[in-house]
Design a protein around this ligand. Structure first.
Ligand code: T1G
Length: 709
C-alpha cells in the first residue's frame, strides 16, 4: 500500500484509509491505492467486508483540481478517469461501507456512492460542487445521485453545487445511518451488520428515477432557474442535461453523455476562469512579506463610530461572528435610526429563512448603542464609518488615539481617502489600517484591507485572519485614491457616461454590460450607490483634474437637478415604489441636448464597443495598479471585482479576462481607443510590455512587495 492509502484490518473487516492532506483529494496515487486495496480485500479470504474512511479532518473533497490545469487543451478528453475504479468498488463481492466525516464532495461523493452503504458523522456534508468550478460531476455522479436521492434533489445538487448536511442526506437515502460517537467503530459495526444482506449496487437502483412527464416539468423548471440564477454559465445547464440522461438512458449510456458534457465544460474558458477563482480566493489570503507565524492580536470586542448605512451593516457583520459591538453615533435620533435599520435587516433575514429568531435575538444582544466614547478604552478594535470628509476623520482618529488602549487596532471604512493622512492624526500610525467594507456590508463578501505606510505586520495579519472569521474575502491593497476597486471603477463608469454622451442610449449601455455578465449595468449601479456620492468626491478633487482632459458631465448635471438615483426616486432612470428602473425619456432628451451643446458628435455605438470601452478601461487601470504594486497580484484584482463589483465569475475577473483575450489584442484595442479618444486611454506601460513579451497578468509578479512602500 502507499502512504496515500493504507489498508488495515479489524478482525474480518478491512479498513481502507485515504491519507492525502489537506482534504484527501483524489490526486495521483490515491485511486490507484484504493484499487489495489480493493483487489487485496477480494483476495483475502479472512475479510468479510470493508470500510473506506478519510484520515484527518475530512472524507474526500473531490478530484485534485490542480491536476485539471495540467490537462492540455489539445487532448479534449481526460480519459475514463475514476469510472473503472468506481465500477470495481461497486462490483466488489464483499460489502463496502463508506464512512464519511467532514466533506464528501465531487469525486468524493461519487466514490462514496459506488460503495454499497454510506454512514456519516452528524456534522458531515455531501455535495457535487463541480459547477462552481465550471464543470459537472465526471465520475458517474449525475447517474448515481438521482438513483440514490431522487431526480429532484440530484438535479438541484448537481446544477447548484451546494452541500447537503448529514441528516438530510439520511432522509434522501444518500446515507444509510448517522454514527454518533466514533465513526470508524460505528462503521465497522455497521459493516458487520450487513454481512448477510445483499450488497446493493447504486447503478442498478432505478426505483427513484421517476416518470418522464413529471421529470420533464422538473427539468424545465431547473433550466429556467439556472438561466436566472446562474446567468451565462454553461455548467449548470450541462449538469441538468446529464441528470436528465440518467432518467432516459441505461446507466452506461448515461455515463457516456455525462463524459461528453464533462469534457465540453472542462475544456471551456469558463472552467479555466472558475478554477482560477477557486485558487485565487485562497491565494489572496497569503501576503508574501507577512510570515505565517506573525502574531495575531485579539479581537474580542469592537466599537463602531457611525451608525449610518455602512456602520449598521458592519456592526451586524461583527455581531454575526459573535463579537460584541459598541455602536456609537453623535445623537439619539441617528442612533435610533441606525438600530432600526439593523432590526429591519435582521427581521427580513428571518423572513427569508437565513437566520432563526433565536440567532437574531442573540446577535442584537451583542450590539450595544452608545452616545459617547466612555467604553472605547476596553475594546480591541475600532472601525470608523462616518461621512467621507478628511477633517472629520482626522478629528475622530486623534480622539481614538487618546481614548483607546495600547495595542488596539484603529481602522477606517473610508472608500477613497488616504489611510496615511488619517494615520498622521495619531501617535500610533502602526495601528491604523483601512477596512473597506462594501454596501450592504452585512451581505457583500468583499473586504478591501488597506495597508498604510506604517501599518504593522501584526495589524495586517490580524485583519486578514479576521476577514475569514467575519465570512468575508479579505484582500490586501496599497494606499492610493480609491485603493483598487473604486480606483478602477472610476474609468469604467467614466466610459459608460461618455458612451451615453456620444449617442448610446442609457438602456443600451447597461444592457451591453449586463449581457456581458455584470450583475448590473454601470449607470444603474450609479443610481443604486447614489450619484451624489461620486459628485461630492469629484467636487472635492476637482482641483486635481488635469486641465483640458475630457470629463463626463452627465452625472453632475443629473445631481444638480437633484436626481441622485434610487434614493431620490430618479437618476439615470426613474424608479417605481419597488425600486424597479423605468427608462426616462426626459433624461434621454436632456442628454442629447447637453451633448449637442458640448459639441459631442452623436453616433450609433455597438454593444461590443460598449463592453470594450468599459471593461478594457478596468483592465488598463488594473495594469497601472499592478505595476505600482497597489495590488499584490492580478488575481487580487480579479477577486476584488468578483466579490465587490458584480464581475461575472465565469470570466475570472477583469485581469484574467484580458489574459483570455490575449494581451496583444487587448493592447491593440486600447491603443485604438487612445488614438480615437486621447490620453485617458494611454495604454499602461505594464500592458505594453507584457503584450510585447507575450506575457500574461496572471504570471506577472512584483519584483518587490511595494504595497509595503
Ligand atoms: N483539489 C486540490 N486542492 C484542494 C481541493 C481539491 N479538490 N480542495 C481543497 N484544496 C486545497 C485548497 O486549495 C487549499 O490549499 C487547501 O486544500 C485547503 O482548502 C471527478 C471532477 C473542501 C470545503 O470542488 O470547496 O471532484 O491554499 O482553504 O476552507 O466529478 O476546499 O492551503 O494551498 O478551501 O476548509 C470537486 C473544493 C472537485 C471542493 C475545504 N470538489 N474544495 O474548505 O479549506 S472536481 C470541490 C472546497 C471533482 C469529479 C470532479 C474547500 C473545502 P492551500 P481550503 P476550507
Amino acid at each position: 500500500m502507499s502512504d496515500l492509502v493504507q489498508l488495515t484490518k479489524d478482525k474480518d473487516v478491512a479498513i481502507i484509509t485515504i491519507n492525502n492532506p489537506p482534504v484527501n483529494a483524489l490526486g495521483p496515487g490515491v485511486p490507484e491505492g484504493i484499487s489495489q486495496a480493493i483487489k487485496e480485500i477480494i483476495r483475502d479470504q479472512s475479510v468479510k467486508a470493508a470500510v473506506v474512511i478519510g484520515a484527518g479532518r475530512t472524507f474526500i473533497a473531490g478530484a485534485d483540481i490542480k491536476e485539471f490545469g495540467k490537462i492540455t487543451s489539445g487532448k479534449k478528453d481526460r480519459g475514463a478517469g475514476l469510472l473503472p475504479l468506481l465500477r470495481e468498488i461497486e462490483d466488489c463481492p464483499k460489502p463496502v461501507v463508506m464512512a464519511i466525516h467532514g466533506m464528501a464532495f465531487g469525486g468524493g461523493l461519487e466514490l462514496a456512492m459506488s460503495g454499497h452503504y454510506r454512514v456519516g458523522a452528524p456534522g458531515a456534508q455531501v455535495g457535487q460542487p463541480e459547477v462552481k468550478l465550471g464543470i459537472i460531476p465526471g465520475a458517474g455522479g449525475t447517474q448515481r445521485l438521482p438513483r440514490l436521492a431522487g431526480v429532484a434533489k440530484a438535479v438541484e445538487m448537481c446544477a447548484q453545487g451546494n452541500p447537503v448536511p448529514a441528516r438530510e442526506a439520511l432522509q434522501l437515502g444518500i446515507f444509510d445511518q448517522i454514527i454518533e460517537g466514533d465513526l470508524l467503530t460505528g462503521a465497522v459495526a455497521f459493516a458487520r451488520s450487513v454481512l448477510e444482506k445483499p450488497a446493493p449496487r447504486t447503478r442498478e437502483r432505478n426505483e427513484k428515477l421517476g416518470v418522464s412527464e413529471q421529470n420533464a416539468a422538473l427539468f424545465a423548471a431547473a433550466r429556467q432557474m439556472a438561466r436566472q440564477k446562474q446567468r451565462g454559465m454553461m455548467a449548470p445547464l450541462a449538469a441538468i442535461e446529464a441528470v436528465e440522461a440518467a432518467t432516459r438512458l441505461p446507466f452506461d449510456k448515461g455515463c457516456e453523455v455525462e463524459k461528453k458534457l464533462f469534457n465540453d465544460c472542462l475544456f471551456s474558458d469558463q472552467s479555466k476562469a472558475l478554477m482560477h477563482v477557486f485558487f485565487g480566493e485562497r491565494e489572496v489570503a497569503k501576503v508574501p512579506d507577512i510570515p505565517k507565524e506573525t502574531p495575531i492580536l485579539p479581537v474580542n470586542a469592537v466599537a463602531l463610530v457611525g451608525a449610518g448605512t455602512m456602520g449598521g451593516g458592519i456592526a451586524m457583520v461583527f455581531a454575526n461572528a459573535g463579537i460584541p459591538v459598541l455602536l456609537k453615533d453623535a445623537d439619539q435620533p441617528s442612533l435610533d435610526r441606525g438600530m432600526d435599520v439593523i432590526r429591519k435587516n435582521y427581521a427580513s433575514s428571518v423572513k427569508r429563512g437565513r437566520f432563526t429568531q433565536q440567532f437574531v435575538d442573540e446577535r442584537l444582544q451583542l450590539i450595544q448603542p452608545a452616545l459617547d466614547y466612555d467604553d472605547f478604552g476596553r475594546v480591541d478594535m475600532v472601525v470608523e464609518a462616518v461621512f467621507e470628509g478628511m477633517q472629520l476623520k482626522k478629528e475622530i482618529f486623534s480622539l481614538l488615539d487618546r481614548l483607546c488602549r495600547p495595542g488596539a487596532i484603529l481602522a477606517s471604512n473610508t472608500s477613497t481617502l488616504s489611510i496615511d493622512e488619517i494615520a498622521s492624526s495619531t501617535e500610533r500610525p502602526e495601528a491604523v489600517i483601512g477596512t473597506h467594507f462594501f454596501s450592504p456590508a452585512n451581505v457583500m463578501r468583499l473586504l478591501e484591507i488597506v495597508r498604510g505606510k506604517a501599518s504593522s505586520k501584526e495589524v495586517i495579519a490580524t485583519c486578514m485572519q479576521l476577514s475569514k472569521k467575519l465570512g468575508k474575502v479579505g484582500v490586501l491593497v496599497g494606499n492610493c485614491r480609491g485603493f483598487v476597486g473604486n480606483r478602477m471603477f472610476g474609468p469604467y463608469r467614466r466610459e459608460a457616461q461618455f458612451l451615453a454622451e456620444e449617442g448610446a442610449s442609457i438602456e443600451a449601455v447597461d444592457q451591453a454590460l449586463y449581457d456581458f455578465g455584470m450583475a448590473m449595468g454601470p449607470l444603474a449601479t450609479g443610481d443604486l450607490a447614489g450619484l451624489d456620492v461620486g459628485w461630492r468626491i469629484r467636487k472635492e478633487y476637482r482641483h486635481l483634474e488635469k486641465p483640458g482632459t475630457r470629463q463626463p458631465f452627465s452625472e453632475d448635471r443629473l445631481c444638480e437637478m437633484g436626481r441622485y438615483g434610487q434614493k431620490t426616486g430618479a437618476g439615470w432612470y426613474k424608479y417605481d415604489e419597488n425600486r424597479r428602473p423605468i427608462p426616462d425619456p426626459e433624461v434621454a432628451a436632456l442628454l442629447r441636448k447637453w451633448a449637442t451643446e458640448a459639441g459631442i458628435p452623436q453616433r450609433t455605438i455597438s454593444p461590443q464597443e460598449i463592453v470594450d470601452r468599459c471593461v478594457l478601461a478596468l483592465v488598463n487601470e488594473g495594469a497601472r495598479i499592478l505595476e505600482e504594486g497597489i495590488a499584490l497580484r492580478a488575481v487580487d484584482i480579479d477577486i476584488i471585482y468578483l466579490n465587490g463589483y458584480g464581475f461575472p465569475a465565469y470570466r475570472g475577473g477583469p485581469m484574467w479576462y484580458a489574459d483570455t483575450l490575449g494581451l496583444h489584442k487587448v493592447c491593440d484595442r486600447i491603443s485604438e481607443f487612445h488614438r480615437q479618444h486621447g490620453e485617458l486611454w494611454e495604454p499602461a506601460p505594464l500592458l505594453i510590455r507584457l503584450a510585447q513579451e507575450g506575457g500574461t497578468f496572471a504570471e506577472f509578479h512584483q519584483s518587490q512587495d511595494v504595497t509595503a512602500a
